[in-house]
Design a protein around this ligand. Sequence first.
Ligand SMILES: Nc1ncnc2c1ncn2[C@@H]1O[C@H](COP(=O)(O)OP(=O)(O)OP(=O)(O)O)[C@@H](O)[C@H]1O
Ligand SMILES: [Mg+2]
Length: 224
Amino acid sequence: MEQVVRFDNVTKRYGSSEIVTALEHVDLEIFSGERIAIMGPSGSGKSTMLNLVAGLDKPSDGEIYFEGRALSGMSDDEVTLLRRKKIGLIFQTFNLLPTLSAVENVSLPLRLDGMPQKTSIERASAMLEKVGLEHRGRHRPDELSGGERQRIAIARALVFEPAVLLADEPTGNLDSHSGGEVMDLLDRLHDAFGTTIMLVTHNLAAAEHCERRISILDGKITHE
Ligand SMILES: Nc1ncnc2c1ncn2[C@@H]1O[C@H](COP(=O)(O)OP(=O)(O)OP(=O)(O)O)[C@@H](O)[C@H]1O
Ligand SMILES: [Mg+2]
């Protein structure tokens, strides 16, 4: 199996006067197609892990590798492209643009990458169909339910068919029914595309969709 993500002795500290150690000597290898759930109390370093993989933040010590390449050796532009094309990000807050319709939100990463409008809308519509929302393409986020918005955010994260999906509490704002639907959707997308998934969750039912589960406490992986 191909290694997709590797944490090599990663430490992350925040702050200058009062230093918070968010991650401490973390070693972790994630292989292609794996689904790994990251569980742990608030403040334990879960979001920090995802931010480092996405290149949104940099380790204080150690190295993150993506498909064998050290992120520290990439330029800012290379990291931006990596994030756009190879990484899908889903946050607990959906981060949809309120003035754009659902299909426009999904097509946004393609437009930013220079794809012509017509082609990007076609690709985005096909993705909306995969998340079961083809009939909602013209609606704005405020005309959709929480679960529907989360599915739109997933469609947008997956429109490039990224190698890796980073999902931070994707079911956190949803009732158990909508949360179950989102997890079923992630299962189907994993089966269709072989996407590697890092899932941060407090929800055991969601974690059970992953074949690997790790616990993190005070910035350290305590068990797998
Ligand atoms: N930008 C920042 N500046 C200073 N400290 C930060 C920053 N971001 C995170 N921290 C601290 O780092 C630690 C880990 O934060 P992180 O966001 O990774 O936690 P988490 O496990 O995702 O928690 P939650 O479940 O509440 O989302 C926390 O103590 C937090 O206060
Ligand atoms: Mg968090």
